[in-house]
Design a protein around this ligand. Structure first.
Ligand SMILES: C[S@@+](CC[C@H](N)C(=O)[O-])C[C@H]1O[C@@H](n2cnc3c(N)ncnc32)[C@H](O)[C@@H]1O
Length: 273
């Protein structure tokens, strides 16, 4: 997560500045499902530039919350107060963490909640009047491999994407108490009672030949994709993945010059009336 966060840092810094700019003085901002702090650090930095404020970090995993808190405090320089809250967003009301807040950022966390609309409504309920909810739940499929890797059949990235989509559907279906969200995020934000619903997208672009940290991230990503999609893939693709993930193999993804990272994420915004 830290490695990925470092690669997203430049793009997320611009997003954080854009989200913090319209807030009043000394705002309270919440990063829900903060993970290792990929956005917590840019939010602290944006709040510092804004003259200070409070950043509330929320996560259900203590190790990740600790990592995010340490990184955010290191960036705060005393101007921003960082408050960690260990909580399960599917069970606890975020309003109880700190009272009404001016901005909530939630990246790739709402899909972990059994009832996503209920989760969005709870987040909306924690906003102060005029406050913003910003949700980032993905965008275009992240690309990092060339079409023909010279190992197995061309098009592995697309077959991995299809298998990942199947895994995601099963993950949602098998979640206890799972409720489908049969609409897009703009509709969910409006259904949660928010107005001024809009969206913008941002790009994380590390073209080939990329720095070593991109190749290391590609190894992480391919390892994770192999784990979640393994049984859904053809044996020939699984064999290709074994080669791509073997540090002793000539085709090892961690040493290839043609690996890159191209990601496009969409931020969906709604405002409390
Ligand atoms: C995919 S990670 C995203 C992390 C970070 N927001 C990012 O975009 O890099 C999902 C995060 O949500 C947290 N999470 C998952 N379910 C949660 C829940 N029910 N309550 C609070 N946090 C949760 C996980 O611990 C993890 O840190």
């Amino acid at each position: 997560m830290r490695r990925y966060g470092a690669l997203q840092a430049e793009a997320l810094s611009a997003v954080a500045r854009r989200l913090v700019a319209p807030l009043p003085d000394s705002p309270v901002v919440m990063d829900v499902g903060c993970g290792a702090g990929a956005m917590s650090v840019p939010l602290v930095s944006a709040l510092r530039e804004h003259g200070g404020g409070v950043l509330v970090l929320v996560d259900a995993t203590p190790e990740l919350l600790d990592a995010a808190c340490a990184a955010a405090r290191a960036e705060s320089d005393g101007a921003v107060s960082v408050k960690p809250v260990l909580a399960d967003l599917s069970a606890e009301d975020p309003l109880s963490f700190t009272g009404p807040v001016e901005l909530i950022w939630g990246s790739r966390v709402v899909h972990h909640l059994p009832d996503q609309l209920r989760g969005v409504k709870r987040l909306a309920g924690a906003l102060a009047p005029g406050g913003w909810l910003a949700l980032a739940e993905g965008g275009l499929e992240t690309r990092f491999l060339p079409w023909d890797l010279g190992v197995g059949e061309p098009g592995l990235q697309d077959r991995l994407a299809a298998a990942r989509a199947s895994w995601f559907t099963s993950m949602r279906e098998n979640m206890p108490g799972s409720v489908r969200l049969p609409v897009g995020w703009n509709v969910a934000l409006a259904d949660a009672g928010l107005g001024e619903v809009s969206a913008f997208s941002f790009v994380v672009d590390h073209p080939a030949p990329a720095k070593q940290s991109v190749r290391d991230w590609a190894v992480d990503r391919l390892t994770w994709l192999t784990d979640v999609t393994g049984p859904l893939l053809h044996a020939a693709d699984r064999a290709a993945l074994r080669r791509l993930l073997n540090p002793s193999d000539s085709e090892y993804v961690g040493a290839r010059e043609d690996v890159f990272l191209l990601e496009t994420d969409t931020v969906h915004l709604g405002r409390k009336r």
